[in-house]
Write a protein that binds this ligand. Structure first.
Ligand code: NAD
Length: 431
């Protein structure tokens, strides 16, 4: 099938490359000319394991092309996916201006039937607005359908998540749209949930809000564990083995972040408010998460007496391992609070270091080239992102490099007993 994807970010590019891999002919379009230039040369602008190889292969085989021109998206694709960013506005609601811009630009070119699919995460009933906008700007008599196909991939395992999804949600209001999307996804052999558009849009916000709630739940339990002498990793295992609960998203830590959970949660809360429901449960999820991130400097202050003039090493900047994405990463809030307390910060990330300057440009943070360099002479180290490199680190070497071996394990990666035996003053979360 002939597909166009507008927006070649973490979602759009993976979607385009994977559809090409499945045998469809895909045109990826983005307004960012520099990105398109890189992509045409076979260079992947983001770090996502395996993506560049698939990009090069599918481009070479003629199934994948790139363009900076929105008109070409309409000319090429029978199905046009909108996969642009939907960030949070200052008041928390979803900023849909990129989605609206795309709709406004493609509408005048709708000369024959096209299926326009929301891939971006949008609030329920956005399709109604989208339809209205397209109707207003499309030529008289233009034929099109709007559908919702929310994406559930995770950065770091995006290709596998896309190609082997737990389910594919298809929100449609015509048989024609349903048939096209079923045909498109057929090669995946995945469970397809065909539903109305409002439900499809809502499913995505609900899924992210539920996962965020699970994380805040276990983080709140971690507080009780610390006060009672229990170990949150054991409690999580004990409850997670119950199939009704499940093990995933039960790791206590320094809070969730990233480009999705925080903004989707706040968008869902604002949307509920606008619809007349005060979603207090989700407000509490946000509150617990904010508290969790502030725990790091409080714990280090307790261990060191003061943070003023102390050197703190931060291991991991990306919001999760295997990505270079720093948007809303907990590391940024943690670094901010350490600096506010007067600490000097030296940070290291195996991949996101090169993006970090942009996010930390007005802050006095040293971005180290190696994990050991960041830790050298430090009064304390905080592990924020659980990269494999840290998991397998030579710990005696680390201890020797630090001035004071205070190790705050923000992801409970290490065994407390082993760390203490090695001579670290080990501080975990909820244990
Ligand atoms: P992103 O910021 O990485 O990419 C968005 C891309 O859209 C950028 O390349 C930008 O240049 C382009 N763009 C913006 N406006 C445009 C326009 N008018 N015309 C053409 N291109 C335009 O965003 P992302 O992380 O890929 O997220 C995209 C959407 O998918 C969001 O709604 C997000 O919530 C959702 N989502 C993201 C993830 C994730 O893990 N990142 C997972 C599931 C869903």
């Amino acid at each position: 099938m002939k597909i166009s994807i507008v927006g070649t970010g973490y979602v759009g590019l993976v979607t385009g490359v994977c559809f090409a891999h499945l045998g469809h002919t895909v045109l990826c379009v983005d307004k960012d000319k520099a990105k398109i230039k890189m992509l045409k040369k076979g260079v992947c602008p983001i770090y996502e394991p395996g993506l560049e190889e698939m990009l090069v292969e599918n481009s070479a085989e003629g199934r994948l092309g790139f363009s900076g021109d929105l008109k070409s998206a309409v000319e090429h694709g029978d199905i046009i996916f909108i996969a642009v960013d939907t960030p949070a506005r200052k008041n928390g609601e979803a900023d849909l201006s990129s989605v609206e811009d795309v709709a406004s630009e493609i509408a005048p070119h709708l000369n024959s039937y096209r299926l326009i699919v929301e891939k971006s995460t949008v609030p329920v009933r956005t399709s109604k607005e989208l339809e209205r906008l397209l109707d207003d700007l499309a030529p008289e008599g233009a034929e099109f359908d709007v559908a919702s196909n929310p994406e559930f991939l995770r950065e770091g395992s995006a290709i596998k998540d896309f190609l082997q999804p737990d389910r594919v949600v298809l929100g449609v209001n015509t048989q024609r749209a349903a048939s096209l999307l079923v045909q498109l996804y057929e090669p995946l052999n995945a469970p397809l949930l065909i539903t109305d558009i409002n439900s499809a849009e809502l499913i995505k916000h609900c899924a992210n809000a539920y996962l965020a709630m699970k994380i805040s739940f276990i983080n709140a339990v971690a507080q009780i564990c610390e006060k009672s002498g229990a170990d949150v990793t054991r409690v999580a295992r004990g409850i997670g083995l119950d199939k009704r609960i499940g093990m995933e998203f039960l790791s206590a830590g320094v809070g969730f972040g990233g480009s999705c959970f925080p903004k989707d949660l706040s968008a869902f809360i604002r949307l509920s408010e606008q619809m007349g429901y005060d979603f207090k449960l989700l407000k509490e999820v946000e509150y617990i998460n904010r508290e969790q991130k502030s725990l790091v400097s409080a714990k280090l202050k307790e261990a060191l007496g003061t943070l003023k003039g102390r050197k703190v090493a931060v291991w991991g900047l990306a919001f999760k391992p295997d990505t270079d994405d720093l948007r809303n990463a907990p590391s940024l809030d943690i670094i901010e609070s350490l600096l506010k307390e007067g600490a000097g910060v030296s940070a290291y990330d195996p991949v996101a270091g090169r993006n970090a300057q942009k996010f930390l440009e007005d802050k006095k943070v040293k971005i180290a080239k190696t994990a050991l360099e960041a830790a050298g002479g430090a009064d304390a180290l905080v592990l924020v992102t659980e990269w494999d490199e840290f998991r397998h680190f030579n710990l005696p070497e680390l201890k020797a490099a630090m001035k004071n071996p205070v190790f705050l394990d923000g992801r409970n990666l290490f065994d407390p007993k082993r760390m203490r035996n090695l001579g670290f003053k080990y501080i975990g979360i909820g244990r």
